[in-house]
Design a protein around this ligand. Structure first.
Ligand code: UT7
Length: 367
């Protein structure tokens, strides 16, 4: 049975910074309150032209290049997002087209802030089953488009960004190990975007009542999060046959530094075992774990051979944890970099659109 190794990674962050000071000019809040209650100092906000797929593609190209593969090597693209560009088509398909990933299946996965853990597990299991070899897993969000900028309970928390991992099959032991995924839909109302789906399609009423924005009962989510983070970590450690002392680094979902501190207390671990960067990015939902992981690599806190735990919670309610032995790139078979693929992917997309129009004009008109 092949192992699923994490062999490439990349992130994409919009340029525009929104500080707590900036927010205090929009709603009744202040830097001290936000820092003390959440640990957040600033977050990044998507520019008009940025979308969940454009951030996702940027992160994905970096991951593909690091892994030393080509977009055409991908068998599967899983895009975890709570801010898809449309109900359909899937954002994963938009990304597939922009990458020129001509051999990949593509789908979106909706598990909110736990989504990256769910998506990594789905990709890893597809590799473990032997059905695919190369999987791109993306977590991408443009939450700023769903935030009510008059609601101080939520608008201070969220930020935009994307992160991507490449998973590759190898006979060498390592990579993704024990994983747990949990859900409890009875708590669904604590964190939701009530309208825009089939329960409440867009109408004048839904728009006037702000039902397309993020609604949250912060206290309930906080209570739930502090309960499940340590528990899920312990489950993933046990499933991997490890001891908690074996773990080099825990990369938690970045929602609130107080939640991470509670998890550290619950696990009786020092806080420096945890990667924390919520201060600079805010809560980027499903993108927060890959972004924090990449910063851990860049600051030398995560190295090949290390045992790492990813743990998250979010709307649904969902939560989960994934244990991995950190790998790094496998030897590449390609002499060419994926860089040259960028213009080619654009040409390919235009070509396919033209061919579709021509096929419609000349063939099968009456079929
Ligand atoms: O990915 C999952 C996403 N969600 C989360 O992780 C959210 C989890 N929850 C939390 O992080 C925290 O509950 C919050 C940061 C959202 C709120 O912190 P809290 O310590 O639970 O504050 P609170 O809601 O109990 O509010 C305390 C006070 C209230 O005033 P009163 O009623 O005591 O006078 C709020 O009205 O703080 C007030 N408040 C604010 N004050 C200044 C609430 N938001 C703000 C604000 N600035 N932005």
């Amino acid at each position: 049975m092949p192992y699923a190794h994490i062999t490439g990674w990349g992130m994409s962050i919009p340029h525009k910074v929104l500080t707590n000071e900036d927010l205090s000019k929009i709603v009744d809040t202040n830097d001290e309150w936000i820092r003390e209650r959440t640990g957040i100092r600033q977050r990044y906000i998507a520019a008009e032209g940025d979308t969940s797929s454009s951030l996702g593609v940027d992160a994905a190209f970096k991951a593909i290049m690091l892994a030393g593969i080509l977009p055409s090597d991908l068998d599967l693209i899983i895009c975890s997002t709570s801010t898809p560009e449309h109900i359909f088509p899937a954002t994963a398909c938009l990304i597939q087209d922009k990458l020129g990933a001509s051999n990949a299946g593509a789908f979106d996965l909706s598990a909110a802030c736990s989504g990256f853990i769910y998506a990594l597990n789905m990709g890893a299991q597809a590799i473990r089953s032997g059905s695919v070899k190369n999987v791109l897993v993306i977590g991408t969000e443009t939450l700023s488009r769903f935030v009510d900028w008059t609601d101080r309970n939520t608008c201070i928390l969220f930020g935009d960004g994307a992160g991507a991992f490449i998973l590759q099959a190898s006979e060498k032991p390592g990579g993704v190990q024990g994983v747990v995924m949990h859900s409890d839909g009875s708590g669904g109302e604590y964190l939701s975007v009530p309208a825009g789906g089939s329960a409440h399609p867009a109408s004048e009423f839904t728009v006037q009542n702000g039902m397309h924005f993020i609604h949250m009962d912060g206290k309930e989510v906080f209570r739930f999060a502090t309960r499940v983070m340590a528990q899920a970590t312990q489950e993933a450690v046990a499933k991997s046959g490890w001891k908690i002392e074996d773990v080099s680094l825990i990369v938690p979902h970045q929602a609130n530094s107080r939640i991470i501190e509670a998890a550290a207390r619950g696990l009786k671990l020092p806080i420096d075992k945890f990667m924390i960067n919520v201060d600079r990015y805010g809560n980027t939902s499903t993108a927060s774990i890959p972004i924090a992981t990449i910063e851990a690599i860049q600051t030398n806190r995560l190295k090949p051979g290390d045992k790492v735990i990813f743990v998250g919670f979010g709307a649904g309610l969902t939560w989960g944890a994934l244990a991995a032995e950190w790998s790094g790139p496998l030897p590449s078979e390609h002499l060419l970099s994926a860089e040259w693929y960028k213009p080619w992917a654009r040409v390919r997309s235009v070509y396919r659109r033209i061919m579709r129009v021509l096929e419609g004009l000349f063939f099968d008109r009456d079929a």
